[in-house]
Design a protein around this ligand. Structure first.
Ligand SMILES: [Zn+2]
Length: 173
């Protein structure tokens, strides 16, 4: 995603927009939505600004597997300090094929996968999903011992409510 090619930009003017500008990638193109009343100078200023913003966002995504692993180490230190070896994952990766699950783990090879769908959620929700999977490396099933580990994270309940709300809105079970 960190290509150096300058993207093809398509600017779309909207009469309904007053001040908001947004941009998204559509295949090879970047579509920038601007208010109809913008001058040419404003248009070019905002196109540059939105391209920079998009590149920054994609840069964050690109390096986030390493960030996830660092995040896992921090969570283990904070909430599972007596399980530093049992909870240590062999790998933690962002994946796009989770089909309705926020995260999953394979205790046998100690790998954890986290859905890209939570990438833009608040930090404390990402922490919860990751801690949940780390706890599974210690206790594979959803038994009382497992939930006691997860409950050490103060915002567990709140994060579960947040995720249930998102799932309900999206029509995901
Ligand atoms: Zn679970």
């Amino acid at each position: 995603m960190a290509g150096t090619r300058k993207p093809v930009v398509e600017v779309r003017r909207s009469q309904r927009r007053r001040r908001t500008v947004s941009a998204y990638r559509d295949g090879e193109r970047v579509v920038v939505l601007i208010p109809d009343q913008f001058s040419r100078a404003e248009e070019s200023e905002w196109v540059d600004r939105m391209l920079a913003r998009l590149a920054a966002r994609e840069g964050r995504l690109a390096r986030s597997d390493a960030e996830l692993l660092a995040r896992a180490a921090r969570l283990i230190g904070l909430y599972l300090p007596e399980h530093t070896s049992a909870a240590a994952p062999a790998s933690v990766r962002w994946v796009t094929n989770q089909n309705g699950r926020w995260g999953s783990c394979t205790p046998a090879d100690r790998t954890i996968r986290i859905s890209h769908r939570i990438q833009d959620m608040p930090e404390w929700v990402i922490d919860y999903v990751l801690l949940h999977e780390l706890a599974h490396l210690i206790v594979p099933s959803h038994n009382a011992e497992f939930w006691a580990l997860v409950a050490r994270y103060p915002r567990s309940e709140r994060a579960r409510g947040y995720l249930e709300g998102v799932a309900a809105t999206a029509g995901v079970p």
